[in-house]
Write a protein that binds this ligand. Sequence first.
Ligand SMILES: O=P(O)(O)O[C@H]1O[C@H](CO)[C@@H](O)[C@H]1O
Ligand SMILES: [Mn+2]
Ligand SMILES: [Mn+2]
Length: 409
Amino acid sequence: MARAFLFVLDSFGIGGAPDAAAYGDDGADTYGHIEAACAAGKADVPGLREGPLHLPNMRALGLAHAAALATGRDAPEGTPTGFYGAATETSSGKDTPSGHWEIAGLPVSFDWGYFPDTKPAFPADFTDALIREAKVPGILANCHASGVGVIEEFGEEHIRTGKPICYTSVDSVIQIAAHEEHFGLERLYELCKVARKLADPLNVGRVIARPFVGESPADFQRTPNRKDFATPPPEATLLDRLTGEGRKVFAVGKIGDIFAHRGISNLRKAPDNMAMFDAALAAMREAGDGDFVFANFVDFDTNFGHRRDVAGYAAALEAFDARLPEALAQLRDGDMLMLTADHGCDPTWKGTDHTRERVPVIGTGPGLSAGPLGIRASFADIGESVAHHLGIEPGRHGTSFRKQLSADA
Ligand SMILES: O=P(O)(O)O[C@H]1O[C@H](CO)[C@@H](O)[C@H]1O
Ligand SMILES: [Mn+2]
Ligand SMILES: [Mn+2]
């Protein structure tokens, strides 16, 4: 029997999406632009990082080769030790649930509900019902916003009035920021549950609790107690199919929230990428034959992509890459480790939102052959390859590339 480990570097796109122009993202390339900025000395922050982007372990697996495939650039020198390809998203949303559900074999074929970039952004019916049912004195913001800025702007008024800060973005989200102590963390979660119920008829992908601490704009800070209230996937995902066969699915980081806690046998959350890496390694040690470890590393997106912090993103990639050998050292016969992403969030791009990009598919395992997988037509090929590797029936979407990885294929 086999085991499979899939690590999602949240927002680590590699450019080249054929439909990027439709999103205003033509040319967006998270990896390519970070690498170029580093090479040009524009991501030198003494004490944090300096010099060219240093990702020796992901490059060895084939990251730069995958990026060349995605963008049509010339392949770099060297022969990767892993299998590598680039995957194109077929779901229309460039958001986290769309990306992850498609990776797990379920492309999103319906349209999410979005809110217009107007003030107010939320329909009056929704806002009125939220205020009434959650018994809050009103709401603040009610617009498109970036999470850190909106807390700086409305945080003090929120503490004074008890009105939660409600905002959205180009994603299908309702985000609610509230102070962990003045408003209360549990109360914020309860408020989000009311918002979740009211958001269902609007087809909104996620309601997100964004707790923060601090007393003034100078020291307001979001805490790791963020919680996503996602709508459940409309069909069985790889996770449901695996647990339905009695396999264990270990969800690390945000994975549990993204799948509305369906198809998950074992949940591990952690406050940051390095702690999530520890949690992923622990799950790898515990996984038995036929089991699946699915981990999301969210700091890339939340702390650096949306914040358009190139040096921070580069440093986070370098820290992740430096730990990859620990995961590789855990691999035993029958194992497959893959790295991918759910969308882009190019820190050199305009605005603060995600960017439409292809994602890398790189991986390895004892006995799996190295070499190119080409451009995969859907992220679903990743989940289908996991299904194939773990020996369960194919799903309805995507094409497995697992056979290409057999030495005897
Ligand atoms: O600016 P913050 O609050 O981090 O918001 C970001 O986080 C949300 C969820 O990933 C996205 O929709 C994006 O708007
Ligand atoms: Mn994401
Ligand atoms: Mn994001």
